[in-house]
Design a binder for this molecule. Sequence first.
Ligand SMILES: [Zn+2]
Length: 255
Amino acid sequence: MGSGSYKTRVLVIRKKALRESDLILDALQEDGSLVSFVAKGARKPTNPFASRLELFSVADVCMARGRNLDIVKEARLVDSNERLRTDIDASAVASPIAEALRRCAQKDLEVPHLFEMSRSALLHLDSCERQCMPAITAAALLKLLAFLGMRPSFNRCTVCGTPIDLNAVPSVRFSYESGGAVCSSCVRTLQTISLPSSTCAWCNALMMMTFDTIVHEQIDTNTGFAVLDICRHWFREQLNMKLVSLDCLASWGLF
Ligand SMILES: [Zn+2]
């Protein structure tokens, strides 16, 4: 391997056509940064890259540095995650993870834990029971926000920091624009909506839970979708980021 080449592990989050037979792939690298590269011949079904560099798959690759984009020279499949491409429900719940990564990860910006968390979320979606799927995606999106320093506050007033006891009240005033829950003293100064305390408690819990625990505890579809809805508004109103795949998931009526 010369100085113009390097090895890395990637999680493929987007494929785009480039010329007749080539692809441009966007992927998350092990250090949490985004990389875009060319896979020559990968649009031909018989090309080895076609099956080793699929959407949602993880691969060890050898890359040659190019003038604009790097070019993949070798690829070894690590996680196929085939179900995420062949099962419509699994595909729909995996897509917001890929879209959020594509929008939030950046070239040359390391984000510790982002790769391993995302890889684990997709592996669990590939094998878990259907009812747990929305909760896994909701947890992955909340963890991603936390790693990027953009986590919502659910049990502390986002203005003054006063703790909010989610067990003591049925609902919480919440401001997407201002960063989360708002206490009764600060509520007059802000535009807020009402969220069930139980949903806020689930947001907090899922942000901290491992994916193994979510599967083991069989966190159900309704809980998953309630938290996903908060994530959807959070990305749109706090980050000004409309995640198309999350809107689709909310409106399609799957599960
Ligand atoms: Zn306050």
